[in-house]
Design a protein around this ligand. Structure first.
Ligand code: COA
Length: 433
């Protein structure tokens, strides 16, 4: 690929890039594989900064700014809490923002969150002077458009991606030039329970469906069972390695999609180097900002949209907790509601919530009569449709509370079914059996 003339000569050291930061600045930090670790590391070496506020989705790699000794310098506001930030959120050094993923770009474009800086990773500029946001476009595109300045790590190893991913090189105030491996996320091994859930869900996926699969073992278990389907489409907020064989083998053709027909659409990817190489310069994969990928009005236009999202706990009325374990913030709202609603509204669509029937080595049921105090409802009982565990899959849409309780108890772990039925009889407004 031809490169923009003279761009490399304008690179500076990482400490000179972060010299543009000031106390009290509001900074967006690019996420997942594209986390600009070189700049984050340089940022924490600035000992003069105070009260800098960070806004970000899922971050990868070392997050030194969140360590206790930097609490006066950096305050983080995770818009999604991943494992790297959970400790800081638990200990009051970071403050979780509950928000639909589809709404995040607007927080920046309307200046409800007035960003001073976008701290991003970019692929090197092409001959036209255009960089791309690589593996994560999500809210990074809005951040680069609306922050006062853009500070970048231009990394030779960041894929050059298609879609709405471009950032003009001339928009960048200062950059460091690196050739550093991206942060990889490896596919977790699938347990017997996840495999069974994957089988139940895969059986519901019809030829010609448009898929959204979240991250984690259950979506992977579903993807690994779709090899015999035909003409699937993909319109999702993220995808991982296991989609690649389905695209390469021709199972995913995107032929019946009405929005971005013929293209797999995503907002970011998370996975291995093989996945990054697959999306590099690949016109069949389009990356779009998350206010487009997660727009319910677009999701619903694709035929037979199937959304598969995981949960932590569900009560017998169908309220789905997915972002906290009781009061403890565990993750975030992300795109769950965007896709659950979009899929439910699509013609022939299926909105699926999936969870193992138990947690803590089978000691507690995830299907409960009452959510834990503090549990965050992400999908409401008005939005919930299909629910899958390793014991089967039920469709709650249109069922009254009595039938919902019966349906959910039928897919609870057998050790907890009698107890759940007893608990539900004690609750005033509905009865079982
Ligand atoms: N009570 C107590 N502990 C529980 C629990 C419950 N009801 N449910 C789960 N846990 C524990 C598990 O035992 C596990 O602990 P461990 O790490 O010590 O083994 C941990 O919580 C995580 O549970 P798990 O089921 O493995 O979670 P996951 O990694 O599959 O993630 C979500 C599930 C719901 C957190 C994740 O899908 C998410 O963040 N969803 C919200 C956003 C979303 O859906 N976005 C759209 C797709 S990208």
């Amino acid at each position: 690929m031809k490169r923009y003339p003279g761009w490399e000569q304008r690179a500076v050291a990482a400490q000179d890039v972060v010299a543009h930061l000031k106390s009290q600045h509001k900074i967006f930090v690019h996420g997942a594989a594209a986390t600009p670790t070189t700049l984050l590391d340089a940022m924490v070496e600035r000992r003069d900064l105070q009260g800098v506020e960070l806004f970000h989705l899922h971050l990868s790699g070392p997050l030194r700014f969140s360590e206790p000794q930097y609490r006066d310098a950096f305050i983080s506001n995770p818009l999604f809490t991943d494992h790297g930030m959970r400790g800081a959120v638990d200990e009051g050094r970071a403050y979780f923002v509950p928000v639909f993923l589809s709404d995040v770009p607007d927080l920046f474009s309307t200046r409800r969150i007035p960003l001073d800086v976008a701290l991003v990773s970019l692929s090197p500029p092409d001959e036209h002077g255009l960089c791309t946001l690589g593996t994560s476009v999500d809210a990074a595109r809005a951040a680069t458009e609306h922050a006062t300045i853009v500070l970048a790590e231009i990394n030779e190893q960041l894929p050059r991606t298609y879609g709405a991913t471009v950032v003009p090189f001339e928009r960048v105030t200062a950059f460091v030039h690196t050739n550093r491996p991206l942060h990889e996320a490896h596919t977790p091994p699938m347990s017997e329970v996840e495999n069974r859930i994957g089988e139940h869900i895969a059986a519901l996926v019809e030829d010609g469906s448009t898929l959204q699969m979240g991250i984690g073992a259950i979506p992977n278990a579903v993807l690994s069972r779709l090899g015999t389907k035909n003409d699937l489409g993909v319109h999702t907020e993220m995808f991982s390695d296991l989609l690649v064989p389905l695209m390469k083998s021709g199972v995913v053709t995107n032929k019946y999609k009405t929005v971005h027909r013929g293209r797999t659409v995503t907002s970011f990817v998370s996975g291995s180097r093989a996945l990054f190489d697959f999306v590099d310069n690949n016109q069949l994969v389009e990356f779009h900002p998350c206010d487009r990928t997660n727009d319910t009005a677009l999701i619903r236009q694709n035929p037979r949209a199937v959304a598969v999202n995981a949960a932590l706990e569900i009560d017998l009325t169908g309220q789905v907790c997915a972002d906290s374990i009781g009061h403890r913030i565990y993750s975030g709202i992300g795109g769950q509601m965007d896709f659950i609603r979009g899929a439910a509204l699509s013609e022939g669509g299926k909105a699926i919530i999936a969870l193992p029937s138990t947690a803590k080595n089978g000691q507690i049921s995830r299907i409960v009569s009452t959510l834990k105090p503090g549990a965050g409802v992400v999908t409401t009982r008005g939005h919930v449709q299909y629910v899958a565990t390793e014991y089967g899959i039920v469709d709650l849409h249109g069922l009254n509370l009595k039938k919902r309780a019966e349906a959910l108890i039928s897919i609870a772990h057998p050790d907890f079914r009698a107890e759940l039925a007893r608990e539900v009889r004690e609750i005033r407004h509905f009865l079982v059996g």
